[in-house]
Design a protein around this ligand. Structure first.
Ligand code: GLC
Length: 804
């Protein structure tokens, strides 16, 4: 069993100990405002506000893992006539190391390595609200004799228009320039910009130590017309760099520091900053600040405190270590990352603008982060509702810098419907999750414009948040096909089932049902009985239709095509059963008990594997333009019968609603990345975050994961674990306690912060049941129900719950 690292829960880190991981494993720093990701060998992709239009470092994800990507650090010592040049981050020089650790932390990555008797301990992070990536580098001479050492941090810049960098190799290099700003004390700020931004927005690289010389041109740095390589730059065999200020070309920033003679045991601290500002002048105060080690310490401590607060919303102690690791640390972290980056920027979602902030995706992300980051969740909700159309349907995605919104992949097929039938309905789930968590009902009255703009660029209509939600319901209520089910539009949650106009979606029918349930609860909370009644009627109508026309005998079908033929039926050759078709009728409240049980059994017998539940089966074997994107994949991959992890959580939630705690937890564990640490060579992606997909058992590489980090899996696994398995659910009237756990668990504990109070909850399970509560005691007083009251006053409470 090969492992590449281990979980260090006490320090809230995963520690990679072998840099030769199957694929790069990454971590995020900063936010969309300024930040990006750092891979575990020190490469960094950094951008500000938008990876498509304001990208800073050039990180080409598709290059081999051994290649330089975006940033690195070189160290060098003299060895006779030559310099020994190596990177303490392993890449790109690939020298043999004595020790290599990459600590994947919350908001930071720390690389600790030992090469040739030199220890380097570097922490990469972006201060809260900061506009600079800090590398706090401590270099120690571990040897017995003094060592003369140079340190050369390097960044390779991209044109801010990230795609142009690759589509125009004349315009881009003609515009890219660098200038050095030397300070009286010998420090240097190396400034970089495309010509048109010279007076409005510049990037810079600087440090806290004296810089003798620098380089800003890649060709000069690598040498020999770039027949010198990143693994052994020829300029680093010279005593000094050329101090060339690039007038064009491929711009880099490289600062050479002569660290001098380090005594045995001596450490030097080099702090670099890669930042962006309106001008050098505007950048100087922050530059000076972060040259002070004490300020860097303080910024790092603030980051730590942010994560203390973030995680404090929910801490669990269960009998399952892998669950604890994820719920308490890494899954919570991933939820914040998806909230920030949507599906925009990762090793797989390359951020060139093909996708922006997704309406459906971000709505779901809000649900996973709302307990810990309610303010950010609300800000994102405002933006999302701002791209909802007057009809109630939504634009599929938007660019966060320009707020330009688009219809997504539908644009590639103008003859197809130009909306996704599910998008707008997700905002109902997200807004109500926010309201239940916070009690901030004033948000419902906030006025937000609809997307459409007049000739003057101003919105033509606005409505309250509640109007937006009601229009979302109204759109689907009226957008029906021949069976009275919602039309599919370009697609539903499954982007890749793109049927001819007129097709109907059971997924959207069920999501509409779930959204109606949320709207009914909200209307009741507001005392609006008329509205509650109206929505109850609508729910009942759709429930009837779904059960009349979509039951296939042993499970529900998932679509009707434009000719009224079912997909997801045993009549079909491929795609006989789709998982969402089974879990969602339970989530919507449409499935009667017997059908719910049958549908869940069908999932188990036809779709479950030892590594997760497949999205559908059997896979389509051949491209069929009439079915759409799903048939572009070989059987077993992605939406075509792959294990699409996101949907596994809906089954888990459905299982808990049906009271099946053993099954729910079995399904939860079989996809928990933290329990794959020992078989990671098969899985390949990071063991500390969820991936989007795993190849299914129809594929020869069954078990291989891809598209880690930015997936709805983050939010739904967090919701499934915290609200449905552990069963601590926010409602308008308090915290509901309704666990559904393996019968073998003796109990568990949770500390939950909710509406300003802290609940210390101890659940015991003396009778070995999966579900059911026989006693609930709050602060020593027995309650008649399992709803914990709202305290809202910063107070702490003890809660004892006995299952049975
Ligand atoms: C990707 C998309 C998501 C979609 C899913 C299924 O995860 O980000 O929006 O629902 O694929 O097609």
């Amino acid at each position: 069993m090969k492992t590449y690292g281990y979980f260090d829960d006490a320090n809230r880190e995963y520690v990679i100990t072998d840099p030769r991981t199957p694929v790069k494993w990454i971590n995020y720093v900063g936010t969309l405002n300024f930040g990006g990701f750092i891979d575990h060998t020190g490469g960094a992709l950094i951008c500000a506000q938008d990876p498509a239009l304001n990208r800073i470092s050039r990180y080409v994800a598709q290059l081999p893992s051994s290649e330089f990507k975006g940033t690195t650090l070189y160290l060098r010592t003299r060895e006779g006539e030559r310099y020994r040049v190596f990177s303490p981050y392993f890449v790109p020089t690939l020298d043999p190391y004595d020790r290599y650790e990459c600590h994947v932390g919350l908001g930071y990555t720390r690389v600790v390595s030992e090469f040739y008797g030199i220890r380097t301990d570097s922490t990469f992070f972006v201060p809260l609200g900061g506009q600079q990536l800090i590398q706090d580098i401590k270099i120690t001479n571990l040897g017995e004799s003094p060592l003369v050492l140079d340190a050369i941090p390097v960044v390779e810049y991209t044109h801010p228009d990230a795609l142009k960098q690759f589509t125009n190799a004349d315009w881009v290099p003609q515009t890219m320039q660098s200038r050095a700003h030397r300070e009286p004390d010998g420090k240097v700020v190396l400034v970089q910009f495309p010509f048109m931004l010279r007076d409005s927005r510049v990037n810079y690289l600087t440090s806290n130590l004296v810089v003798r010389c620098f380089e800003s041109d890649r060709a000069h740095f690598l040498g020999d017309h770039e027949y010198g390589a990143w693994a052994a730059p020829l300029s680093l065999q010279e005593d000094e760099l050329s101090c060339y200020e690039a007038l064009r070309g491929d711009n880099i920033g490289a600062l050479l520091h002569h660290l001098g003679r380090l005594k045995p045991g001596q450490t030097v601290r080099l702090i670099t900053q890669l930042g962006q500002a309106a001008s050098l002048r505007a950048a100087l105060p922050a530059i000076r600040r972060y040259r002070e080690p004490a300020e860097v310490n303080r910024a790092f401590a603030e980051l730590h405190a942010f994560w203390d607060r973030y995680l404090a919303a929910y801490q669990a102690e269960t009998p399952d270590a892998a669950m604890n690791t994820m719920v308490n640390i890494h899954n919570a972290h991933q939820c914040y990352i998806t909230l920030t980056w949507s599906r925009y920027l990762s090793l797989y979602q390359l951020g060139y603008g093909a996708r922006g902030i997704g309406f459906r995706d971000s709505s779901q992300d809000v649900m996973g982060a709302v307990a810990s980051a309610p303010g950010e969740a609300r800000d994102l909700l405002r933006k999302l509702l701002g791209v909802q159309k007057r009809s109630g349907a939504a634009m599929h995605q938007f660019n966060p810098l320009t707020m330009a919104a688009e219809v997504g992949d539908a644009a590639e097929r103008p003859e197809a419907p130009q909306y996704y039938s599910d998008d707008h309905l997700w905002s109902i789930l997200a807004v109500t999750a926010y309201l239940k968590e916070t009690g901030d009902f004033a948000f419902l009255d906030e006025v937000i414009p609809y997307f459409e703009k007049g000739r003057d660029g101003q919105p033509v209509e606005s409505g309250t948040v509640l109007d937006h939600l009601r229009r979302a319901i109204a759109f689907t209520h009226a957008d029906l096909g021949v069976h009275g089910l919602p039309l599919l539009g370009f697609a539903d949650w499954n982007d890749t089932i793109n049927l001819r106009k007129g097709a109907e979606s059971l997924f959207t029918a069920n999501l509409y049902g779930r959204a109606l349930q949320e709207m009914i609860a909200l209307a009741e909370q507001r005392g609006d009985r008329g509205l509650a009644r109206q929505y109850r009627t609508q729910h009942g109508e759709m429930k009837l239709r779904v059960n009349e026309c979509a039951w296939d005998g042993e499970w529900y079908v998932s679509y009707f095509d434009a000719d009224g033929q079912p997909l997801g039926s045993r009549k079909n050759q491929a795609g006989q059963i789709h998982v969402n078709g089974q879990s969602w009728p339970i989530l919507s409240g449409f499935a009667p008990n017997d059908r719910a049980e049958a549908a869940l059994s069908a999932v188990r017998s036809r779709l479950n594997t030892s590594k997760g539940i497949k999205l559908s089966a059997p896979g389509y074997n051949g491209f069929d333009p009439l079915k759409g994107g799903i048939t572009t994949y070989p059987p077993g991959a992605k939406e075509n019968g792959g294990i699409f992890l996101h949907t596994n959580l809906w089954v888990i939630i459905a299982e808990t609603l049906a009271g099946h705690g053993d099954r729910a937890f079995e399904y939860y564990s079989q996809i928990n990345p933290a329990s794959k640490n020992d078989t990671i060579d098969e899985y390949e992606c990071e063991p500390y975050v969820y991936a989007q997909n795993i190849l299914g058992d129809e594929h020869p590489q069954f078990g291989l994961a891809r598209n880690s980090w930015l997936s709805g899996t983050a939010s739904w696994s967090y919701q499934a674990a915290t609200q449905y398995i552990l069963g601590i659910r926010p409602t308008y009237r308090g915290l509901q306690i309704d666990p559904c756990i393996p019968h073998t668990w003796p109990g568990f504990r949770v500390v939950r912060r909710f509406r300003g109070a802290v609940y210390h909850i101890v659940v015991s399970n003396p009778d070995g049941v999966c579900k059911g509560i026989k006693r609930c005691v709050v602060d020593g007083e027995e309650r008649t129900d399992n709803l914990l009251p709202i305290f809202e006053d910063g107070s702490e409470h003890t809660v004892e719950v006995v299952m049975g």
